[in-house]
Design a protein around this ligand. Sequence first.
Ligand SMILES: [Zn+2]
Length: 232
Amino acid sequence: MQKYPLENYDERSKPIDGIVLHCCAFSAKEAIKSFEEAGVSAHYIIDLNGKIIKLVDVDKRAWHAGKSFWKNQESLNNNTIGIEVCNLSLGQTPYDKRQIFSLVRLCKFLMKKYHISKKNIVGHSDIAPSRKADPGKCFPWAYLARHCIGLWYDDKTKTDIQAQNQAELLSRIGYDVSNLMAAKWAFCRHYLGELVPDDKDVKHLIDNPNPSDFTVADEVFLPVLKAVAEKY
Ligand SMILES: [Zn+2]
């Protein structure tokens, strides 16, 4: 087997059926060093200039997701491929076009090779909303969805709805709703990034992904929540 830069992996217990997208507030070189020290990993990292570097064999289980949940599955390391994209503000400022082109190319290749559904392309904060803020509010989810990578909503389905069971709709999409506020915050990072306030202190953001003072108006949040849920 070909040798890759990181030794932090073991055997998968389930077949691959999804991709988890991350970002890290380092260059690839610094990230690899920090992953080594922290005993974590991902399968690929896309550097600040768009260069794709393979870190762990995709057939092995990399350690990128940690405690996680999506659509009644736990421990997403078992069945997913982890891709890190470098962004020094932890995804709070736009990604470089070269990174996005590389990400599209890599995701398309992996989705075809492993028969991964576009429904199963998620962000780290989607699967660990209480703990994680990456890949951040500026991650190009809408652009990726136009390339059939992940799901976006149709504007025409953004009809007004009454306040209803938000937990049920978030759960239908896949979120762990045991901390409803955290799930709502993660949803907004993914689908309503423009509403999410900046945290200039990236270290603070890493440690506190869910500001307690977060609010979003129901008339803004609920129609988008419903429109996304209709895709699942
Ligand atoms: Zn992550």
